[in-house]
Design a protein around this ligand. Structure first.
Ligand code: AMP
Length: 194
């Protein structure tokens, strides 16, 4: 299975991606986690992108593609992946499509976690207090939500026209969301295979 997880900050992408990866035996690849690791380890990439991540701005496409290339192609050759946080823009989706097509590994399912703005802000601020993540602050979250609206929301139309787009109400308790996600993914998988 090759799956893209789309959702604003605080929608539960990371949490649900871990569940999906376990359930379907596929790799969980998070662009945000990979980028944060570079920042924490102070690699050359990490030094270049640190300010983008701290401000809540998107990291330039070329860097994101470089960081993802190896894990995505390894997972494509194994059981597949759930990609959490990529693509974030239609441009990234188009670039990823060309790479995946060349590998014979196009994505067929996109999953959108739908959560309202007040709940997103509540969750992100709670996570910020827990983890101290630099971009989970009141100043940065508003910008990140705006970046989602401006750059990432258009992806939903893009995928609705091209792939299976599943929308799940993510504003419920984790287990309920995970259950809905699994049921919907199994349904779509049966359709695609049938
Ligand atoms: P996330 O963990 O998905 O919330 O991502 C945290 C931050 O990492 C974002 O605010 C961006 O600065 C950066 N980032 C993650 N994924 C991408 C991506 N696909 N394209 C550009 N920047 C990204």
């Amino acid at each position: 299975m090759r799956l893209l997880l789309i959702g604003p900050p605080g929608s539960g992408k990371g949490t649900q991606a871990v569940r999906i990866a376990e359930h379907f035996g596929i790799a969980h690849i998070s662009s945000g986690d990979l980028l944060r690791r570079h920042v924490a380890e102070e690699t050359a990439i990490g030094r270049t992108i640190k300010e983008y991540v701290a401000r809540g701005d998107l990291v330039p496409d070329g860097i994101v593609m470089d960081v993802l290339r190896k894990p995505v192609s390894a997972a494509s050759q194994a059981n597949g992946y759930v990609l959490d946080g990529f693509p974030r823009t239609v441009e990234q989706a188009e670039a990823a499509y060309l790479v995946a097509k060349a590998l014979g590994a196009s994505v067929r399912i996109a999953l959108y976690l739908d959560v309202g703005r007040d709940e997103l802000i509540r969750r992100v601020l709670a996570r910020g207090r827990e983890t101290g993540r630099a971009d989970d602050t009141e100043e940065v979250i508003n910008h990140r939500l705006q970046v989602f609206e401006d750059h990432t929301r258009p992806l939903l139309d893009y995928y609705a026209e091209r792939e299976e787009l599943i929308t799940v109400n993510g504003a419920r308790p984790v287990d309920e969301v995970a259950w809905s996600v699994t049921v919907q993914l199994q349904r779509v998988q049966r359709q695609l295979n049938g």
